[in-house]
Design a protein around this ligand. Structure first.
Ligand code: SF4
Length: 519
């Protein structure tokens, strides 16, 4: 980065930078959001822009450079804004676009799935269509969310209003959640935040980043008020005044939608005493982890922190902080009497027996499935219209990095049997389906490349382990024994869940590959 660049910056660009800085009171904790807003207006961040922002925020250029290069969505490039369209190159898009086997890929010389593309954009349910230019994914996103009027007519915001009037109190809410029996950890967290000194903060975490997961997007696209309603109850119970909605940056349609939803509420006088803050993640998968998310909100690189202390006691800028994910918030409302509505299927999540799955890959109708009972994964695939034409089930990647690769045979076993057999199902909600003809090693290598790329790099076992395993899976002889021992070191010595679970996933995949090679 050189000093002469600031002298050559275009006058119109200077005005845009200064305008964005002025809207944020030029505080350094908002550095990421400032860079993202400039990216929205300029297409990306070049050195001259970076220098002016650093000066405006009174940050060193090195500090801001570190931030800009950590978050891929900032789209930093020293001299030019990239304009070329980039197809997603991560597992699901590459799987549905690419030929099945290494031999076929070689024969067609189609290498678009290997290089030059972009990272996952969170549209794994329409993987064939995902092509992006800059931050704007060309994709027919839904914008038909339920209106405030419709939500209120179903009883929405009624409970939070009773809470504010004093008809019910925080103890009543916690008792109601406890009685609902759905989330004991929720009550523990809410109590822990409420019992601390200092002004608490509530964060609704919509930064889902696991490959093949899009359930939070599905909920917010349809019923955003259901999430905000529950978040406002949390705000009242823990005694906060600030509600941050932390959104995956790729969900730019939701960013616009939530701005409108918040405006709609302000006009209606709802949550008038609450400061709403809509922030974006910067495209780093690791920012779905609570402490990494908090670091990014403090204007730092999104690196997970050692726990304890937990965010409930020492969170955002040391304040007690409640971080709650979107599905949990949405479901919680059953505790205070919100009921399933036949006209809006997503409300079935108010029934604790209903599970939500994001299904992608080689099925006829990828998308979210709400299932009240699930005999096995094969039934879930059948609910998605079965395999795409001409394909036979080869298996699934279940539950992302904390899960496993299942064979077709395992997909036909009851889920409980899988658990009893020690199969890791991770979150269990992401299901990436592949065909018999697909190359399982290539799938494992894709997962490994994703995990190596998304490791924040601060723990050596995770940084080196994910990258070494990615290299081993990408080609050459496999050494499952070495991979298992790497996985154990990663599990023992990593700060966060990515490092602890990634090695287990990849070593399990290598053992499976070796097992099938020996059969
Ligand atoms: S385990 Fe990996 S992702 Fe997590 S903090 Fe360590 S290096 Fe970062």
């Amino acid at each position: 980065m050189s000093n002469h660049l600031i002298r050559t910056i275009d006058g119109a660009v200077v005005n845009i930078v200064d305008d964005v800085l002025a809207h944020h009171d030029a505080t350094s904790d908002r550095a990421l959001e400032i860079l993202l807003q400039l990216r929205d207006r300029l297409g990306g961040i070049t050195d001259d822009v970076l220098v002016r922002v650093a000066d405006g925020l009174k940050l060193s250029r090195a500090e801001l450079y570190e931030l800009a290069t950590f978050y891929p969505s900032v789209r930093y490039h020293p001299t030019a804004v990239a304009t070329r369209a980039a197809a997603c190159e991560d597992l699901v898009c590459a799987l549905v676009r690419s030929p099945h086997s290494a031999g076929e890929r070689e024969a067609t010389r189609d290498e678009s799935y290997l290089c030059g593309g972009s990272a996952c954009r969170g549209r794994c349910d329409s993987a064939q269509d995902v092509v992006g230019t800059g931050s704007n994914v060309v994709h027919a996103d839904k914008a038909d969310w339920r209106t405030l009027e419709s939500y209120r007519s179903a009883g929405g915001y009624g409970y939070v209003e009773r809470l504010r009037r004093g008809d019910v109190d925080a103890a009543d809410v916690l008792a109601a959640i406890e009685r609902s029996g759905s989330a004991s950890s929720v009550v523990r967290k809410w109590r822990a935040v409420r019992d601390q000194h200092g002004e608490p903060v509530v964060i609704a975490n919509a930064s889902e980043g696991e490959l093949g997961t899009f359930k939070d997007r599905h909920i917010l696209e349809r019923d955003p008020h259901g999430v905000i309603d529950a978040a406002l109850v949390a705000v009242a119970v823990v005694g906060a005044r600030r509600l941050i909605i932390y959104l995956r940056d790729d969900y730019d349609h939701l960013y616009r939608e939530l701005q409108q939803v918040i405006n709609e509420m302000r006009v209606a006088g709802l949550g008038a005493d609450v400061e709403f803050d809509l922030r974006r993640s910067g495209g780093a998968y690791i920012c779905g982890e609570e402490t990494a998310l908090i670091a990014s909100l403090e204007g730092q690189r999104g690196r997970p922190r050692e726990q304890p202390p937990f965010p409930t006691t020492h969170g955002l800028f040391g304040r007690p902080t409640l971080v709650q994910n979107i599905e949990t918030l949405y479901r919680l409302r059953a505790a205070w009497g919100m009921r399933v509505e036949a006209s809006l299927p997503v409300t079935r999540l108010l029934d604790p027996a209903v599970r939500i799955f994001s299904v992608s890959g080689r099925v006829c109708c990828p998308g979210v499935q709400l299932m009240a009972s699930l005999p096995n994964i094969a039934a879930l695939i059948a609910a998605c219209g079965g395999m795409t034409e001409g394909e036979e089930l080869g298996g699934v990647v279940l539950g992302g990095a904390a899960g496993s690769i299942l064979t077709a045979e395992q997909c036909r076993l009851p889920l409980d049997d899988l658990l009893r057999a020690g199969i890791r199902i991770g979150s269990g909600s992401s299901v990436i389906v592949f065909a018999q003809r697909d190359d399982v090693r290539w799938i494992a290598a894709k997962m490994a490349a994703f995990l190596a790329r998304e490791s924040c790099g601060q723990c050596t076992p995770c940084r080196v382990g994910t990258s070494k395993m990615a290299g081993m899976l990408a080609g050459g002889p496999l050494d499952p024994v070495l991979m298992r021992s790497l996985a154990e070191v990663m599990r023992e010595a990593s700060i966060c869940g990515l490092g602890r679970s990634a090695g287990q996933f990849l070593a399990g995949a290598a053992e499976r590959l070796q097992g099938s090679a020996e059969c």
